[in-house]
Design a protein. Structure first.
Lengths: 247, 305, 318
């Protein structure tokens, strides 16, 4: 479904991603792990279109999207969430989600009709709010939400674009154990409809959810495989897991 | 079209460019380190010119008047920085634009109240004659003075920024403000001083250009835009960029105004050439900026990597 | 109560010429409407769109000049000259916006400023249409209808209609799909792109609409005074419009209108009504009104930060 062919990015003298090659199969949850600074977020940004690729190719469902603008990739079914929460803080939860729904349902070059008259947008937004566990919080202003709720909205926004592949960048960042459990349950619920490339530090979540795991160290993929294989992989243990899991 | 004419315009361009540099240098550092848009920078230039004119009248000596105007303007600049501008560093760009625009209005009127709409600043008699540069070529002595002073100040500034500790702090601040703060630089004091230096540079330019361009209220606005253009072309936060940008703009603007109408006259009818020539010449600097931004969105020598 | 305030004001405005016959006041009110229209168009791009465009005067000026040129060349009909002028402003906004919106932050401010200066200098050098002395027009455009635009009362109603139409249009736009997208872009541009909106296109559309409405304001401005001058294109005019928007409330529906009324009202007050104790201290203070304007503006920016930032934040729709 998603194919990365030798994707690279450097900033000045610093190499962030270095010839990354990996793939995500339809229906799978593919986890991407690695130490801090390994280049995981940079890679996600390159796949989603926030950042350009210096070299290499990003192929999504057979189409080369390396040069495509971010909004075009979203339209094609490739959406992301952000490690550092990036929501529409001053708008209520419902409006946040309704925007994402609006983006994929017809043109927004409409200057006259009030959005409030389109009940379909609000209905779908409500449904998504429920899906991510924000039922009852639709009218709360996004900036006033608790951290865990904001992370849920973060994922909800990406989900509302009805993607076929979801790039989740540390969805459990900053969450306590209960909230993390809720996020894992959410991902379990949605994996039937959408493939997921999951960047995570929470090893419990990773080993619970992942069909396959890729390990990124210093911008390069040092291993890809099923969880058991990764767990026992020598180089991975040395570079990452050996430092103390569940950091 | 003789070589003498071309050389003369080149020198004029260099002269204008160096004066632009004096304005741009202060502006680029304020912009680069504090991320602040200061529209009132042109008003400091105007203030410097007025102070110089008033002091020359009071002391009867051009040199003394100019030399006193510089620290006076620097002081005024520092006062403005401490009282008003300091609170703007943390604010968004729109607030900075509006507040400094307000300062322009206030300063323009204040100058008008104190001195009236304009003041005469005559060229010193000793320098109002021509100097023979080459056989068959003479050039106004006063303009040579400007070039000399401009180059000297540029050199001094380079030494200050590249070779002294303060200069290093300034450069560090320009390329990475957070790092500089983390290293314990007293950014507030550094900044006030920097602003004072910038104001002083404006005064030098204002005083020197006074005899050529006329000292009047509102003289700051016209040159301010060009100074911003220079800063953007050169790269925000970079003194080297400011110099390169200033000389480039000075040359393009001067040579364009001198030769474009002639050039147009070769290809177009006189009526078109006499209208289009000066029109395009006056906007060359802006077209240059648009072109530079297209190929180098961060300017020629951006301070940040 | 608050819902009916605009309606009440509109009724008052409609009745105004019937009650007040003095041509000076009619003309002054018309002038307020025209500047309110210009400020409202800037508010769209600045307050709603979050784009700090310092070159808005270019679009007002384009409208003013193109409509005047039509008149100067003998095309008296408003039905030809006015739409042409608005279209020209929209085109200018399209070109300038297309290039400028590729940049952001301070570069955007600078490049819009540069473009405005380019237009200013180009117009300044058009000797055929007055150059830096400006262009005087013998009469206002003709409408071919029984009502004559030359009458101050008729012009008043035309200007009022334009302003009312623009404000109502802005009201509808704010609640429309387009308005929501623009709000999202202003709130978090990166995320707007990341949920699938082609942000550049929306910003450009907003810029063009604002430019077109600004052009209409320019048409009315030139028509009002039967005179146009390159100063209407100077960057300090863009600054003045910004001051109006800030005074009135950035991002608020009535921001442009309230700001223009307040600014022009204050200006008139200072110029024409002497304050004796102030005159005793500074005899010709009325000549220096801009100092007061500057001081007020500075005070607003420094001491009412919620005023600007708060105005940027829309009231949450609960």
């Amino acid at each position: 479904m998603l194919e990365l062919r030798s994707v690279s990015k450097h900033f000045g003298g610093i190499v962030a991603t270095d010839g990354v090659t990996l793939d995500v199969r339809p229906g799978e949850v593919h986890a991407l792990i690695g130490p801090n600074g390994a280049g995981k977020t940079t890679l996600i940004a390159q796949i989603a279109g926030d950042l350009s690729c210096d070299s290499g190719a990003v192929v999504f469902e057979g189409a080369d999207v390396t040069r495509a603008a971010q909004h075009e990739r979203v339209r094609a079914g490739l959406a992301r969430s952000y490690q550092i929460t990036s929501i529409f803080g001053r708008l209520p939860v419902l409006d946040n989600l309704a925007l994402a729904v609006q983006a994929r349902s017809g043109s927004s070059f409409s200057f006259w009709r009030p959005v409030a008259s389109e009940s379909a947008l609000a209905d779908e937004a409500r449904a998504i709010a429920a899906e991510v566990g924000l039922a009852g919080r639709e009218d709360a202003v996004a900036a006033t939400l608790a951290h865990g709720e904001q992370r849920a909205l973060e994922v909800g926004l990406a989900l509302a674009t009805r993607p076929r592949l979801l790039l989740l960048d540390e969805p459990t960042a900053g969450m306590g154990p209960e909230e993390s459990q809720a996020m894992v349950a959410l991902i379990e619920r949605i994996r039937a409809q959408v493939a997921v490339l999951l960047v995570e530090h929470d090893m419990d979540a990773v080993f619970r959810l992942a069909d396959r795991i890729s390990v990124l160290v210093s911008g390069r993929v040092i291993a890809t495989g099923v969880p058991e294989a990764i767990r026992s992989h020598a180089e991975v243990r040395r570079a990452y897991l050996g430092e103390g899991a569940g950091a | 079209m003789s070589w003498v004419l071309i050389l003369e315009q080149l020198l004029n361009g260099l002269q204008f460019g160096l004066m632009l540099f004096l304005l741009a240098a202060g502006l680029t550092l304020v912009f680069g380190i504090m991320d602040m848009i200061n529209l009132a920078h042109g008003s400091l230039y105007m203030l410097g010119a007025f102070l110089a004119a008033a002091l020359v009248q009071a002391t009867g000596s051009f040199a003394l008047g100019v030399l006193l105007a510089v620290p006076a303007t620097a002081l005024a600049g520092m006062l403005i920085e401490v009282s008003v501008l300091r609170t703007l560093y943390a604010r968004d760009h729109l607030s900075q634009v509006l507040a400094t625009f307000a300062l322009i209005l206030i300063l323009n009127e204040a100058v008008r109240i104190v001195w009236g709409t304009d003041l005469p600043l005559p060229m010193p008699a000793a320098l109002s004659g021509p100097v023979q540069l080459l056989p068959g070529m003479v050039y106004p002595a006063y303009r040579l003075l400007i070039i000399g002073v401009g180059a000297a100040v540029a050199g001094l500034l380079y030494l200050l920024v590249a070779r002294t500790r303060i200069g290093m702090l300034v450069r560090a601040g320009a390329s990475n403000r957070e790092m500089a703060l983390a290293m314990g630089v007293d950014i507030r004091l550094l900044f006030t001083l920097l602003f004072g230096v910038g104001a002083g540079l404006c005064a030098v330019a204002g005083a020197l250009l006074g005899p050529l361009l006329a000292v009047q209220v509102g003289m700051g606005e016209n040159i301010l835009i060009l100074a911003f253009v220079v800063v953007v072309i050169g790269g925000i936060g970079s003194i080297r960029g400011a110099l390169a940008g200033a000389v480039l703009v000075g040359l393009v603007d001067t040579i364009g105004r001198a030769f474009l109408p002639l050039l147009f006259g070769l290809f177009f009818q006189p009526r078109v050439a006499s209208a289009a020539g000066p029109a395009i010449a006056s906007v060359l600097a802006y077209l240059l900026m648009v072109a530079v931004l297209y190929f180098r969105p961060r300017g020629l020598f951006p301070a940040r990597g | 109560m608050q819902r009916y305030a605009p309606l009440a004001v509109l009724v008052l405005a409609l009745a105004f010429p019937l009650a007040v016959q003095e041509p000076y006041y009619l003309s002054f009110a018309s002038r307020i409407f025209v500047y309110a229209l210009a400020a409202t168009s800037l508010n769209l791009v600045l307050g709603y769109g979050g784009m700090i465009s310092f070159g808005h005067a270019a679009f007002v000026g384009t409208g003013a000049y193109v409509s005047s040129i039509f008149l100067a060349e003998g095309v008296a009909s408003a039905w030809i000259g006015w739409p042409a002028a608005v279209a020209a402003s929209a085109l200018a906004a399209l070109v300038i916006g297309a290039v400028s919106l590729r940049t952001r932050g301070v570069y955007f401010i600078m490049i819009t400023l540069a473009f405005a200066q380019i237009v200013f200098f180009l117009v300044n050098s058009m000797k055929a249409y007055g150059g830096d002395e400006g262009l005087s027009l013998p009469a206002r455009a003709s409408t071919g209808l029984p009502v004559d635009l030359g009458s101050d009362v008729v012009f008043y109603y035309v200007a009022l209609a334009a302003l009312a139409g623009a404000v109502y249009g802005l009201h509808r736009l704010a609640d429309s799909r387009f308005g929501r997208v623009i709000e999202a872009i202003r709130e978090n541009e990166a995320r707007a792109e990341a949920i699938g909106f082609p942000v550049y296109r929306y910003k450009l559309a907003c810029f063009v609409v604002a430019g077109a409405v600004g052009g209409l304001a320019g048409v009315l401005l030139a028509s009002h005074g039967k005179y146009v001058n390159p100063n209407v294109l100077h960057w300090t005019q863009s600054g003045t419009l910004m001051v109006m928007v800030i005074l009135g409330g950035v991002g608020r529906l009535w921001g442009g209108t309230v700001g223009a009324a307040a600014f022009l009202g204050l200006e008139d007050l200072i110029a024409n009504h002497r304050i004796d104790w102030l005159a005793a201290w500074l005899p010709d203070y009325q000549q220096h009104a801009s100092l007061g304007v500057g001081a007020v503006l500075l005070a607003i920016v420094l001491f009412a930060p919620q005023g600007i930032a708060g105005a940027f934040a829309r009231r949450p729709r609960a």
